[in-house]
Ligand binder design. Structure first.
Ligand code: ADP
Length: 409
């Protein structure tokens, strides 16, 4: 009997959550996925999704090691654990050290740790997941895939802040960008879908989820992006402000007596769509509320679209030619309204919306939503797990990049 094909386990370890997906090393859809929540709390639990069914299990041990033990027990029961040939980890910050995915060694672990001051909430949580897998599966290779890596090709004109250069030299203060795995995957898929030459294209990808960022991609390389040293800069997000005048932050500090940490928390957790609408961080909820006359919801959508269109216009100046704007992420893939409003603001570039195609392009479909001779507007569902699995498989000599089957409209 032929041996069963090898599998990749993709792990996204956060401070109180751990998400996982098991995929074939040569791509395809998830065999089983899920995630643990409330790690560190008594109510910690884990959900498993397979074949359209979801089961929830309480965790005996409420930390990352306990979550992985539950995942391994489930994979073992399903006969999948012995087929896991490599583990791919999402790592948030790779600073200037990592411009591509790498096989994890003790030296690489130390270097990821050295990047932690730039992402004090995220990298230590990613490391918890890596160390817990190392302990449980010592013989299985592990790969780190960085959110920042794709943006390491940005020229210094785009990556530097106009602040004293000593901040950059001494403290690494520069723009790094995030969502790189999504921007890399989606830009590649869009270029293929539109039949653009791999070495001659200029596109802007808008990843619009709870976090949101847009990137200018020139011939497969990131040349500018909206997020900065942290994911706070740029577009309006679910609860993050995006761009915000530091002078205004100083004014709030002086007038309310809040310190930097308190203001940072408000800008990350109580701003964006939530702060503007005073209702919700969820775009779908806001669209419904706006239809029912909720003024805050309408304002939140207006500011979100204004900022997005303004950034797309700005990013286009890093490209010799704008071939396409690509929408992805929960909002980009599903909100025909946000896409229509945004394309409506980009008339100066020659975009013309195909209204019927825009309305039809929801729920994980890839498709073109523009018409006419101007640049294309397209929707491409993201697949960060798929790309992490493909990188991990490739780095240990298994499989090729997956090309997930999508329905075109
Ligand atoms: P995350 O960044 O947490 O992965 P997602 O990419 O899943 O987030 O995006 C979540 C966002 O997508 C939410 O604001 C949600 O309201 C929005 N969204 C999902 N479906 C729709 C829809 N049909 N219409 C409008 N917004 C939607």
């Amino acid at each position: 009997m032929l041996p069963l094909p090898p599998l990749v386990l993709v792990v996204n370890s956060g401070s109180s959550s751990l998400k996982f997906t098991v995929l074939g090393a040569d791509g395809g859809s998830a065999l089983v996925s899920g995630g643990a929540e409330c790690l560190g709390l008594p109510e910690a639990r884990i959900a498993f999704k397979a074949n359209g069914a979801k089961t929830i299990v309480e965790l005996d041990r409420n930390d990352h090691t306990g979550a992985l033990a539950a995942i391994f027990a489930r994979l073992d029961a399903d006969g999948l654990l012995s087929r896991v040939a490599v583990v791919g980890h999402r790592v948030v910050h790779g600073a200037e050290r990592f411009s591509a995915s790498v096989v994890i060694t003790p030296e690489i672990l130390a270097e990821i740790e050295a990047c932690s001051p730039l992402a004090p909430l995220h990298n230590p949580a990613n490391l918890l997941g890596i160390r817990a897998v190392l302990e449980a599966l010592p013989g299985v290779p592990q790969v780190a895939v960085f959110d920042t890596a794709f943006h390491q090709t940005m020229p210094r004109s785009a990556s530097l802040y106009a602040v004293p250069m000593s901040w950059y030299r001494d403290h690494g203060v520069r723009r790094y960008g995030f969502h790189g795995t999504s921007h890399r995957y989606v830009s590649g898929e869009a270029v293929r879908f539109l039949g653009l030459p791999a070495d001659d294209h200029g596109i802007v990808v808008a990843h619009l989820g709870n976090g949101a960022s847009a990137t200018a991609v020139l011939n497969g390389r990131s040349v500018d992006t909206t997020m900065g040293l942290t994911p706070l800069e740029g577009l309006v997000m679910g609860t993050r402000s995006g761009d915000f005048d530091f002078g205004a932050a100083a004014h709030v500090a002086r007038t309310t007596g809040r310190d930097i940490a308190a203001i940072e928390t408000i800008l990350n957790k109580a701003s964006g769509l939530l702060g503007l609408s005073e209702l919700s961080n969820d775009c779908r909820t806001l669209e419904t509320a706006a239809d029912e006359g909720h003024e805050g919801a309408a304002i939140a959508i207006e500011v979100f679209v204004h900022r997005l269109a303004r950034h797309i216009g700005g990013l286009a100046t890093s490209l010799p030619r704008l071939d396409a704007v690509v929408f992805t992420g929960g909002i980009g893939e599903n909100s025909a309204r946000i896409r229509a409003l945004t394309i409506g603001r980009l008339g100066a570039f020659g975009f013309r919306l195909d209204e019927a195609a825009n309305l039809a392009c929801v729920g994980g479909r890839i498709g073109r939503i523009s018409t006419g001779r101007g640049p294309a507007a397209v929707v491409v569902p993201t697949d960060e797990e798929g790309l992490i699995a493909a990188d991990a498989a490739k780095l240990v000599g298994l499989g090729e990049e997956p090309a997930p089957a999508r329905r075109a409209v």
